[in-house]
Design a protein around this ligand. Structure first.
Ligand code: SAM
Length: 310
């Protein structure tokens, strides 16, 4: 683990201290809103060795947090090896998963070095869940088992990702707060993001909910309000039934504050630095290079970061 290293700053004074590491682009779901992180499915993925190299280089520039994502990261048969290798360089490793296979893997993931977990669950009733995930087989009970297993294994905090969709689940936020209270999870309400310049698309206009009103309402109900230290996102502690539920709100759209606090560089499954989720023209090939060359590319990629919303 590296001590006393200084971050690389982009030209907007934003340090990069974390990587969002996509480990594959395949998924056992076909979520109606999925932006696929700008990758196609016919990729040759980075090997565990190549992933370790990127993490090692990023860690040498002070990166101390890795978020593993996909596709569905738990579909990678070598995911445990990948986490063990990342752990040699970085302590704070988290993952976003649809949770379908988590009940089988939670303990192994924890032992390998995973610290925290986000589990996507965008509906509490089976019909909506199937509709949103684009599936015919209902894995929702497995996901709930996964949430329980994550706690038992000590992956903390457990966050439940909930993309708010107009006319589908936007009236279910209170139910989700009940669920998160019962399951000791943080509810993460996520604004539907337009995939790359698709803000005028039929789907986006139909399903997008501006979360500002919901955010204001939560703020009024909260007894405590903090900014998430990683992303500067609001996190509310809300008295709910017989307890307190924590709700985090992710509002990326048209939000210059969101972009100004972005400290993340993205790595695609096929081995590219990507400077922004919403940009699709800003990639740096990083596969199969040695550490020195990668260090140069890392600096170039960071210097190329431009806030999407300004
Ligand atoms: N397969 C995993 C899962 O379902 O969590 C990880 C990948 S998924 C791309 C990561 C997160 O991005 C999920 O919580 C998902 O709901 C969210 N997401 C995907 N597309 C989105 C969009 N257009 N707007 C907002 N959130 C989105």
């Amino acid at each position: 683990m590296m001590d006393h290293v200084s971050y690389i700053y982009d030209n907007f004074k934003r340090p990069v201290n974390s990587l969002r590491l996509q480990v594959n682009a395949i998924c056992n779901y076909n979520c109606m809103f999925c932006h696929m992180e700008g990758t196609d499915r016919n990729l040759s993925y980075m090997t565990p060795d190549e992933i370790e190299r990127v993490v090692r280089v990023a860690a040498s520039f002070g990166v101390s947090r890795i978020k593993i994502t996909g596709g569905e990261p738990l579909l990678r048969h070598d995911i445990i090896d990948i986490i063990k290798r990342i752990k040699r360089h970085v302590d704070d490793i988290s993952m976003t998963t649809n949770g379908v296979m988590l009940h089988k893997l939670a303990y192994e993931l924890k032992d390998a070095g995973l610290k925290r977990i986000n589990i996507s669950m965008h509906a509490l009733n089976d019909n909506d869940y199937l509709k949103i995930t684009g599936n015919t087989r209902n894995f929702r009970p497995d996901v709930i088992d996964g949430i329980k297993s994550a706690h038992l294994a000590g992956l903390e905090p457990v966050k439940v990702n909930f993309v708010v969709l107009k006319g589908i689940n936007d009236d279910k936020i209170n139910d989700m707060m009940d669920f998160c209270l019962e399951n000791d999870a943080v509810l993460q309400l996520i604004e539907y993001e337009a995939p790359r310049n698709m803000e005028n698309s039929y789907e986006y206009i139909k399903y997008h909910v501006d979360l500002r009103n919901i955010n204001d309402d939560l703020m009024k109900k909260s007894i405590e309000y903090k900014k998430n230290t990683l992303h500067n996102r609001p996190v509310y502690s809300i008295p709910w039934k017989d307890g307190i539920v924590r709700v985090e709100v992710v509002m990326p759209m048209h939000n210059s504050d969101f972009c100004m606090h972005c400290t993340r560089l993205r790595v695609t499954a096929d081995g590219k630095f990507k400077t922004c989720l919403l940009r699709d023209n800003d990639y740096f090939d990083i596969k199969s290079f040695d550490d020195d060359y990668l260090r140069d590319l890392y600096i170039k990629a960071v210097k190329n970061r431009i806030p999407y919303w300004r």
